[in-house]
Structure formats: C-alpha cells, structure tokens
Design a protein around this ligand. Structure first.
Ligand SMILES: Nc1nc2c(ncn2[C@@H]2O[C@H](COP(=O)(O)OP(=O)(O)OP(=O)(O)O)[C@@H](O)[C@H]2O)c(=O)[nH]1
Ligand SMILES: [Zn+2]
Length: 297
C-alpha cells in the first residue's frame, strides 16, 4: 500500500530531497516527471510525497509557489535578511538602495542587519546608525548589532516563514549563519551531514529551523540585476515615494520635472532622504542604459 503525505523541502543533497512532514524528516527522490516538465523542486517548496511498500519515498508533486529566488534557489521566501557590513566592504547607501529596490520589485519583505559594527570607530558607527534610522522610519526593520539579531531573529521569524540572506560578498552572511546555527546546535536535527562532505558542495541547500520557521543556510545572493525593471514603475519600489506619490498632482508622476510633485517637496524639506532620491535617478539611468554599472562588474 502506498502512503501519502505532505511537507516542505528543507534539504537538497546530491539529488535527494529532505521533506519535513508534520512528524518526520523524510529523504525522498524526485519522480522523473519533474525533469520532463522542467520543474525542479527547490528547497522551500511545499510538496506531496509517497512512500511505497518497500519504504522508498518519492517526491511526487510540487504545490504552487509564491516565488523562487537566489542561487541556489529557494522557493516561497517570506523575508530577506539583508546583511550590510559597516566596513570591509565599506557601508554603502547606494548598494543598500539597490538591494531594497530589487526585493521591493520582487515583492519580498526585507529586514536589514548591520554586520561588523565591532570593526568601526564610534563616530563612523554613529553615522551609519543615523542613516539606518531613516530606513527604520520608512518601514524596514533594522538589527543594529550581532547581539540584537541573535536575540530577536528567532522571535521575528513567523510560523512556517522562510527567510534567506542577501548581501555583498564578504558582508558576513556565512558568519551569521554559523553563529546562529551554533547557538542552537541541538535543535537543528538535519540529516544531511553524512552526504554533505566538504565545503565546496555548492549544490547543497538546507533550511534550518529557527523560531517558528526556517532560515536558509545558502550563501544568499550578492549580484542583482535591476535592468529588467520597467522604468516607469521604478518609483513604486521606493516605498516612501510610493506613499507620497498619492499627493503628487499627476497620476503616474515620475518625480522628475512634474509640477506639484510631493516627492520632490519632501526631498526639499528633508523628509525624504536626498541620497534615496539621487539613487532613484541613478537607477533610472541604469535601466535606461540597460546594463549593469561598471563598478558592479
Ligand atoms: N570582526 C568581524 N568580522 C566579521 C563579522 N562578520 C563577518 N566577519 C568576517 O568577514 C569575512 C567575510 O565574512 P563571510 O561570512 O565569509 O561573508 P559572506 O557574506 O558569507 O561572503 P560571501 O561568501 O563571499 O558572499 C570573514 O573573514 C569573517 O570572519 C563581524 O561581525 N565582525
Ligand atoms: Zn511626484
């Protein structure tokens, strides 16, 4: 008799999929049909599984996904934890705005973690914090230190939510994952270790339980391409511009040279951060040119 069950893919190891059901973690193989349909199950997918008489388990169906992002890919991502380093590499508002625009476009919420705050002097740190306060005010949750993220993140990850990391190379993504993992060594109970030899098995992805949901232990992603964004929609992805644009005189105002533009008024009064507006113009150029800027290549 074939037994059926459902669960979430928490691990992808050498062609096997670990599926967390309500009672167990079951290692399954995908049925060949996926290859034909070009639909590869990803970590984070909600799936149906079957267990045959011999006790062999198969992943037989992928339920509809909300999104699929990153490389290696994670499905159904609820929230990005964006790691921004204070130094090495230097803190960059421009880079922050790139990432926030990208995820806003993808319709995925973002929280920000400031890493390496221990490596900067107090006055530099003050400046960075002041900048990040603005982002907090417009609606992004910010974790200002390692301590803050370690103590709050588990509570902030909601039931069944999947969080994944993003940030520049060297920002501290792997370091954060390792420190969060070691903090709950006993609970993780992922059965991947025997097959996951060596550090360079990049195909391996795992979700580990954190709080009531999961954090993906992928390296996350560092390179993003904004050029596919439609230029007239770009302003919608700056969340405080979108709110203000209801009060612009013209519908579809691009906040450039239109009269009675609320966004520009708020930039004048300082309520909208000037660097945000400048980055908006910069990203418009980038989209117009249709290619990534030199410094990102
Ligand atoms: N002092 C200090 N060093 C850190 C901190 N976070 C990361 N580092 C160091 O910064 C370097 C890069 O950190 P990683 O965690 O490898 O960065 P990553 O974002 O995973 O980088 P990629 O894998 O290239 O995307 C390592 O040498 C870390 O030890 C921190 O909070 N404080
Ligand atoms: Zn406007």
């Amino acid at each position: 008799m074939i037994k059926e069950d459902q669960g979430i893919v928490t691990g992808l190891i050498a062609g096997f999929y670990d599926v967390q059901t309500s009672t167990d973690t079951i290692r399954t193989r995908a049925r060949g049909v996926f290859r034909k349909n070009n639909l590869k199950p990803a970590v984070g997918d909600h799936v149906k599984i079957q267990i045959d008489d011999q006790g062999t388990s198969y992943l037989v169906a992928v339920l509809p996904r909300q999104n699929l992002i990153g490389r290696p890919a994670v499905a159904n991502v609820t929230q990005i934890l964006l790691v921004m380093s204070a130094v090495q590499p230097d803190f960059s508002l421009q880079l922050l705005d790139r990432f926030l625009t990208y995820f806003s476009w993808k319709n995925i919420a973002v929280s920000i973690f400031l890493s390496k705050s221990d490596l900067v002097g107090i006055s530099d740190l003050d400046k960075i914090q002041e900048n990040l306060n603005y982002y907090q005010e417009v609606g992004y949750k910010v974790y200002f230190s390692k301590k803050e993220v370690a103590s709050n993140l588990p509570n902030d990850i909601g039931s069944q939510q999947i969080w994944t990391l993003a940030g520049q190379s060297g920002a501290g993504k792997s370091t954060l994952i390792n420190s969060l993992k070691s903090g709950l060594h006993q609970e993780t109970g992922i059965i991947s270790n025997s097959l996951n030899r060596g550090k360079h098995t990049t195909r391996t992805v795992n979700l580990f339980s954190l709080g009531k949901g999961y954090l993906a232990d992928t390296p996350g992603f560092s390179a993003i391409d904004l050029t596919p964004i439609k230029i007239n929609e770009l302003c919608n992805y700056f969340i405080e511009f979108r709110r203000a644009s209801k009060f612009c005189k013209f519908r579809g105002c691009q906040h450039l040279n239109e009269p009675k533009c609320r966004v520009k008024e708020l930039v004048e009064t300082g309520e909208i951060k000037k660097s945000r507006y400048d980055d908006y113009l910069l990203l418009r150029k980038e989209i117009e040119n249709g290619k990534l800027p030199e410094y990102l290549k």
